[in-house]
Ligand binder design. Structure first.
Ligand SMILES: NC(=O)c1ccc[n+]([C@@H]2O[C@H](COP(=O)([O-])OP(=O)(O)OC[C@H]3O[C@@H](n4cnc5c(N)ncnc54)[C@H](O)[C@@H]3O)[C@@H](O)[C@H]2O)c1
Length: 256
């Protein structure tokens, strides 16, 4: 590996939900590797904190604070990024919520709509806004953040898994559709990451128990996913499209 491996010099990355967790880790590592960053999150404080960390690496960082379900705000954001940073080369469709472990009988229409609105509809139409610029420049990397559960299934989470599985379908569909413009589309399917999302929904004691089942004996830190995102964003993955990368400490080989 050379010292230019995974470098992202001169690129511009838009990362949704980058005010915390894995999105923040992607943003900071991409800035460290030379990219300017558009930080998007519904939490302004979280987004500002991420942007500050990106700027410490000498990169430009813009902040957009709105709900990914606000499609007009997304369209305006893409135009603002084009105006201020000149382009979007990397799009990470990351923003998400846990949705809680719920039996089918307990999932009402409001929760269903919120899950689909955030994970799917918001990112579907944001991608629609971003792709024309990528086509014009004949380059781009789109990374959809799915979940290990979309590969394995899990009980009491069908509203979440339906969205995350649809993102894998979009990954393959868009990979085929955009390949003629050299736009690559891949997915990351995380499983077992120490972030606020799981700490809030599962709690630390439960996570410590779950860690015992993992072949590598632990859950991941968000940065371990940022390595995967930087790889998929960089030229080192130039022949990879339509694929899903699932860093999961070996959970898939023992079927958990
Ligand atoms: N942590 C895990 O173990 C795990 C496992 C599988 C998949 N994922 C997925 O990874 C992605 C990142 O999760 P995380 O664990 O880093 O979570 P996190 O809660 O730490 O971070 C998610 C960020 O998204 C933002 N966000 C949530 N809803 C939003 C909305 N409507 N509009 C704009 N921003 C919004 C939040 O404010 C937060 O900053 C999510 O899509 C999640 O489903 C996480």
């Amino acid at each position: 590996m050379t010292d230019t491996a995974h470098r992202l010099d001169g690129r511009v990355a838009l990362i949704t939900g980058s005010g915390a967790g894995m999105g923040r880790a992607h943003a900071i590592m991409m800035a460290e590797r030379g990219a300017d960053i558009a930080v998007m999150d519904q939490s302004r404080d979280g987004a500002e904190e991420t942007a500050k960390a990106c700027r410490q690496h000498g990169r430009k960082a813009l902040v957009f604070a709105h709900d990914i379900q606000d499609l007009d705000a997304n369209t305006k954001m893409v135009a603002d990024i084009d105006r201020q940073l000149g382009r979007i080369d990397i799009l990470v469709n990351n923003a998400g919520i846990g949705g809680g472990r719920k039996k089918l009988e307990d999932i009402d229409e409001a929760l269903y709509d919120t899950m689909f609105g955030i994970h799917l509809t918001g990112h579907f139409f944001l991608t629609k806004d971003v792709v024309p610029g990528m086509k014009e420049r004949r380059t781009g990397s789109i990374i959809n953040i799915s979940s290990r559960w979309a590969l394995t299934g899990a009980d009491n989470s069908s509203h979440y898994i339906a969205c995350k599985t649809a993102l894998l379908g979009l990954t393959k569909a868009w990979a085929k559709e955009f390949a003629p413009w050299n736009i690559r589309v891949n997915a990351i399917a995380p499983g077992g990451v120490w972030t606020d999302m799981v700490l809030k929904s599962a709690g630390e004691a439960h996570i410590r128990e779950e860690e015992k089942k993992v072949p590598l004996g632990r859950w991941a830190q968000p940065e371990e996913y940022a390595y995967a995102a930087c790889f998929l964003a960089s030229e080192e993955s130039s022949f990879i499209t339509g694929q899903t990368l699932s860093p999961n400490g070996g959970m898939s080989i023992v079927g958990i």
